[in-house]
Each structure stands twice: as C-alpha cells, then as structure tokens.
Design a protein around this ligand. Sequence first.
Ligand code: XLS
Ligand code: NI
Ligand code: NI
Length: 440
Amino acid sequence: MAFTKHFASIPQITYEGAESDNPFAYKYFNPDEKILGKKMKDHMRNAVCYWHTFRGTALDIFGPGTLVRPWEDGTNSQEMALKRTEVVFDFITKLGVEYYCFHDRDVAPEGANVAETNKNLWQVAEKLKQLQKASGVKLLWGTANMFSHPRFSQGAASTPNADVFAYCANSVKEAIDVTKFLGGENYVFWGGREGYNSLLNTDMGREQAHIAKFFQMAVDYAKKAKFDGQFLIEPKACEPTKHQYDFDSATVLGFLRKNGLDKHFKLNIEQNHATLAGHDFNHELAVCVADNALGSIDSNRGDVMNGWDTDQFPNDYRECAQSWGIILKQKGGLGTGGLNYDAKVRRDSYDIEDMFYAHICGIDTWARGLRIAAKIAADGELDKFVKARYSSYDKGIGKEIETGKTDFEKLQAYILKKGEAAPLASARQEYLENLFNKYC
Ligand code: XLS
Ligand code: NI
Ligand code: NI
C-alpha cells in the first residue's frame, strides 16, 4: 500500500541473499532471521533519518543543492510539510525499515511566532500519527533543532541571552510532548551550537552550568509529562562550533556525573563524530558499554582523507563486526535504541534510486557485521584470549585487588617477597588480527 506514486518504479526491498545481483535487494539483512537468539531486525532497529534523506538538498559551501525531488514544490510551507510526510512513509515502508527519527524543524516549519510554530508542529504530528498507524512504522527518537536558526548562533542552552534559553525550553518541551504522542522510544539532545568559537567572549563555567540546568529541567519535565522514553546525548567534538562541550563520550559521562544527571541519560554515538574527536568509532562504543551507557547509534562514516563530518553511508562491515562484539557485551544490546542512518547521499547522486542504494548499503553493512560477530561469538577464541589475558586477577593477589581485600602496604610486602613481577605474556595483536580475518 502506497500513499503516493513517487516510488512506484522501485520494487519492494527484500532479502535475496549474498548471491543476488539485484541492486534493489538486501544481501545480508534478513529481518526475521535469528542471529544469536534474536531477529536481525530486533538487534538493529534500523531507522531512516528525516533530515538528510528528506530535507537535505546536497548543498555545499561552493554551490546550492543538486537534489531536485519530484514531490517538493520549492517551498518550506506547512502545506508542503504535510504533503511530504506521505512520501517519507512510502520510502520507509518500501525499504522495509521499521523506524524513523526527526527534528521538530524537519517535519514542520517555524510560524510567525512561537505559538504558531508550536501549532504547525502539532498539526504535522497528527498526520504522522495517522501514517504510523497505517504503516506500522515507529518513531525511534525525536529531537529539537536548536542550531539552524540565527537565534541559536551563540548557543541554545549555553546562550548568553536568557530569552533564547527560554525559547529552547519551549522547543524541547514541545518536542518531548510530540515524541511521547508518537510513541517515540528515545529523545535525543545534540548540542549543535553548545560550544564556543572564542574564549575572549566566553564564560565557560557559566555556559556549562546553564546546560546542566537545562538538562535537569528536561528530566523534571519528562517526569511530569510521563514521558518514559530514554534521554540520549549525542557527543560531537567540533563543527559547527570550534569546540563543543559534548566533545566525546568520556567528557559527556563526566559532565553528567558532576551534575548528578547520569541516571537519566545514555549516549547516542555517531561514527563520524567519533573520528572528529580523534577516536575510533569502536572506542566510543566501548567507553559507553563500560559504563552501561550506550543508548543508540547514528550510523555514518567520514572520509579518511578529510577531517569533517561528511556523513556518508557506512560501508565498512569489518568495523561494524567489531562494533557488534562491543554492543552485544551490553545487556540487551542497543536496548530501546537502534541504528539511525544519519547519513546523506553525495552531491552528485541525484536520483531517488540513490536514496535506496545508500540505505541498502548501510543496512547490509551492519547486517554483514552482525553475521561475522555471531561467528566470532560461536567460535569463542577471541573472548577466551581476553579472559586469559586478565586471569592473574582471578585468584591470589589479583583477586584480592579486585575484591578490595588488600592495600599498598600488603602489596608492597608481597612484591618485596617475590623480588620481581611475573613475566608478561605477549599481547598477540597480530595473531588476533589474523584470527579476526578468518571470520570476515
Ligand atoms: C549533526 C548531528 C545531528 C543529530 C541530531 O552532526 O549528527 O544530525 O544527530 O540533531
Ligand atoms: Ni553528525
Ligand atoms: Ni547524529
């Protein structure tokens, strides 16, 4: 069943297996196939992102957008916003994906004043609700765009202007309400303009304290509004501001703890943001999993040859295989989170076919990675190696260290008696890299 005719020429995307030559088919993603005791679709919880896929025009700083979509009338009107929703749901259902994500401003334009802006959002939300009901598509997360409009140019919650702070309170309150109304399972905070460009004009301590206050108010409001979705913070090191306060996972987790907010938030990790912070994507996942704080993933990739947020669709299934090894160490895996393809087609990929190829590639990359991770888990060699590497803590003095039964004086007496530490075993990185290759 389609709401519009825009994708009539594209076949329904289904699983055909690795031998298929059909570019409009999944080669690795078989939604209902069970891997490690759970359906692939339930491990992955794939989501289409509204902004890149339906609001992106592929403009860059050297030229305007190149993507002329047949359903767009060239305006950012409320009428167009309402019409567009049907195309979005046709795309999601044709892909066989179950979730989507949006910012308030992706789905509805601003009005002449705050009240009108809120009204626009709710009118579209009613329409989205009908479409969700008719299609079975669900909302993975909602969020508020507090970075595009010039009023946010000096920050959202970190703004030096208290009226802008109040404006943001309205945006997040409405976005939480709309997310709840649509059964959204999470709510994301990405602080696009929460950072600074120059210390000459910035009171950093005050700005960070304001962000903490804002998060606390959001927590309090969610409780009042009975929104029980998971709050997520999405770290990013830089871009658009020179230095962003939510630099990386470790920074965000420390900030949350300092402000007594850690119980209320998990993290939404984006591949390309990890590399902007000088980390591997998998490093960021591991930091979260070590803290039981991995909430969801914004999946994309950068380009190794340049250092900005190119937001390309993921294609490195070896990296994703390792990611699953980390994700599955957290109880319940991604839990209420999922894989949101926060990625855009290239400026010269003009056709609607390209929208499909891009998503098929991203979803298959993660699915292939999951299959490899299952082989690694079934074989057990890697886990066994890591366990053995720390086995000196399973008994004797190591166990006393882990269980808090010793102290510096006792440890000194122990090592004085021994005279020297036991020899180290090789860390065997190259051996393990060989082993990893075997599964891929
Ligand atoms: C931008 C971010 C943004 C968030 C949602 O770099 O990835 O798209 O995911 O505000
Ligand atoms: Ni991003
Ligand atoms: Ni993102």
